[in-house]
Design a protein around this ligand. Structure first.
Ligand SMILES: [Zn+2]
Length: 113
């Protein structure tokens, strides 16, 4: 079985690739949007581009936030605090950590959506 550290490094690797891909996509969209004759407000294509850009920016932000949470988990691992709920201090639980190694709270304390 892979260790938590391996799991986290794998997560980080995937998230970094996602960030790189999204940055490329975002760059392409920005270029397309600045092409002559593209008008964000009146050109239907411009509106689509603006929407796509917002979408790419949101995904990029998510992917970067994920990397940050993976880094935070690795730090907790180094400090010996990994696997402890940051709210109640009880163990988060191996099943939950295996499914979501970046979790910082136990199921009871996890924010409900
Ligand atoms: Zn808790």
């Amino acid at each position: 079985m892979a260790s938590i550290r391996d799991l986290l490094f794998g997560e980080r690797e995937r998230a970094s690739q996602r960030v790189a891909a999204l940055e490329r996509e975002f760059g392409d969209l920005a270029e397309a949007a600045s092409a002559p004759g593209t008008d964000d407000e009146h050109d239907p294509e411009g509106a689509t581009l603006a929407f796509e850009r917002q979408r790419a920016a949101a995904l990029l932000e998510q992917a970067r936030a994920h990397i940050a949470s993976v880094d935070a988990a690795l730090r907790r691992l180094d400090e010996g605090n990994f696997g402890r709920c940051e709210r109640c201090g009880r163990p988060i639980g191996e099943d939950r950590l295996a499914a979501r190694p970046t979790a910082t709270t136990c199921l009871t304390c996890a924010p409900r959506r």
